[in-house]
Design a protein around this ligand. Structure first.
Ligand SMILES: [Zn+2]
Ligand SMILES: [Zn+2]
Length: 277
């Protein structure tokens, strides 16, 4: 069967980039995933992994992208400032996100991208940039997509300040992106329904089960929870990511081995990894 989705891991860390050599096997950039479907390039989060991805997109002539943001915490947006496509007048960038604390997504984005945090603002970029407001729980199509081939839907995440989880579907294949979400009893049923039958669940594995217990309310989950969710929702594979900056490569290798012993269909994201669905 032809590939519907090509998933490329571009950033795997939570909180902040980790450039130390003990972090480079899994990767030192913060959250960013490219999900390509036919001609459409969907980017999930704009962490520091977005910078290298932007250069690769321009090299291959891909100038039209859809950038879906879970929320505006810095580890998910620090790649936006220098995102090469924003500085290319031939580029078309659609940015999606949610209203938070009474402020529209566009207002929040304008406040972030511009003075005093950055010398140029959203309206100064040479690229064509369009901001799309999403409501939690809302279904949507990618802007301007002629056949309406890619369908998205959202689920509000349990995270300080709120986050938005995404499910993308095309030609019978689906990808769920569930980062920055603390799994709790109330959310569990919603998450199972939201993820049900997905071909790939990309999950917030910021903490191990043991570390999670000492960080209640931080808005994150564990790989152990990802395995349970994946089983309950009958997903076909789970990709763990958004690792704590306290976890160097050696530690992650050990965790990945333990996780794979428990569930053979799960794997830990490494930068440069490509998954085809
Ligand atoms: Zn984060
Ligand atoms: Zn966050």
């Amino acid at each position: 069967m032809d590939t519907v989705w090509r998933i490329e891991v571009c950033g795997v860390r939570g909180s902040a980039p980790a450039a130390h050599r003990d972090f480079l096997e899994y990767g030192g950039n913060t959250s960013c995933i490219l999900a390509e479907c036919g001609q459409e390039a969907v980017i999930l989060d704009g962490g520091s992994g977005l910078l290298g991805l932007g250069h690769r997109l321009l090299e291959t002539g891909k100038r039209r992208v859809h950038l879906l943001l879970t929320h505006l915490h810095l580890d998910h947006v620090c790649g936006l400032f220098g995102f090469p496509l924003f500085y290319d007048s031939r580029a078309e960038v659609h940015v999606y996100g949610r209203t938070v604390e009474g402020k529209s997504f566009e207002e929040s984005l304008k406040a972030l991208l511009g003075s005093p945090y950055w010398p140029v603002g959203l309206k100064d970029f040479p690229a064509f940039v369009e901001v799309h407001e999403l409501l939690p729980g809302e279904a949507f199509f990618l802007a301007g997509e002629k056949q309406g081939q890619v369908r998205g839907c959202t689920l509000p995440g349990n995270h300080p300040g709120g986050s938005l989880l995404y499910r993308l579907e095309a030609l019978g294949k689906s990808v769920v992106y569930g980062l920055d979400c603390e799994m709790n009893g109330e959310m569990q049923r919603d998450l199972v329904n939201f993820s049900r039958g997905a071909d790939l669940l990309i999950w917030d594995a910021n903490f191990t089960k043991a570390d999670l217990e000492s960080h209640p309310g931080w808005g994150h989950s564990s790989w152990e929870q990802g395995i349970c969710l994946g089983r309950e929702a009958q997903v076909k594979g789970t990709l763990m990511t958004h690792y704590s900056g306290a976890y160097p490569d050696q530690f992650l290798r050990e965790q990945e081995e333990m996780a794979k012993r428990e569930e053979g269909t799960c794997c830990f994201a490494r930068e440069g990894m490509v998954i085809e669905l």
